[in-house]
Ligand binder design. Sequence first.
Ligand code: FNR
Length: 361
Amino acid sequence: MATEPVNINEYQELARRVLPKMYYDFYAAGAEDEHTLKENVKAFSRISICPRILIDVSKIDLSTSILGYHISAPIMIAPTSYHKLAHPEGEIATAKAAAASETIMVLSFSSNSTLEEVSASCSAVRFFQLYVFRNREVSAWLVQRAEKSGYKAIVVTVDTPKLGRREVDIKNKMISPQVKNLEGYMSTEIVSDKGSGPQAFANSYYDASFSWKDINWLKSITKLPILIKGVLTHEDATRAAEVGVDGIIVSNHGARQLDYAPATISVLEEVVRAVGGKVPVLLDGGVRRGTDIFKALALGARVVLVGRPVIYGLAAKGEDGVKKVIRMLKDELELTLALAGCSSIKDITRNHVRTEHERPQ
Ligand code: FNR
């Protein structure tokens, strides 16, 4: 591609060209048949945007806030693992790009830099993503370190009692790199004779018995707000609000866990209704366009998070690539607002979108 990428899909193509196959596959893959992977993107295309005309859109304000923190646009960086497989500067480059873009990075537990190193390099607001270990002391230790290093929220991922079956990783015999946050405590560099190292690591250490009652344990070990990541039904959304989490992330883990789980945008509204405004609802999965972000906001998301687009930007052009990817999404969102007749995020309403089952009134 001789010219600059003009959309996220072209960044993906650039990343595919520069990365070793094993790493590109690791980032791009979904679980099993990759049905949900395709659906995450396709489901957005089944929603129409219904513009309003003759509205002054000469100035557009994309800014918003989450948990009281101001961000320049409703776009955050989702937690994704092992950024040094994409670029030598890894999570540090991503964190710097987040700061420059005035947004929030959720640092994955499975990072190639420690959470302290990321803090030292990044002035922006950061959240820390946690998996709960069978040995709860490991998780408690991580939470304490995140608190001490100035992270502003804990994002607990609850869709991973075991790792989903990503068949390319099995075929490629993907080696699990060292999780830097655990360096000196345990080696995570696992080569599995059954195939995927990450799968072998997760299945050995993550706590598959972690359940609703344990959210209280998590609340008891931290003063930080807790966001629960991996909610896909109204039943679980109601329960999450009842147990007193501070936010809900509608997510299917970028389609890497349960295949045939619904596309996130298709269940967003049922979650939003169940939560009834008690806590903010966020969404990730398949967001590739400014129009996707607009649709998610119209259906009630407070902000969206992007996973793979950030990795593709990082792989293609390091810190600058991440900045450009976020800039691209912001520019597309700004244009969408203008063309839909909204001058700020709060102007976007449910009536600005129509799902495939809805007929014009
Ligand atoms: C992820 N995701 C993820 N989630 C999490 O809670 N902890 C993690 O360490 C990871 N790691 C990870 C690695 C890679 C390569 C991908 C693609 C995804 C899931 C991530 O937070 C998010 O839910 C999805 O990436 C959102 O979908 P899109 O934007 O990638 O389509």
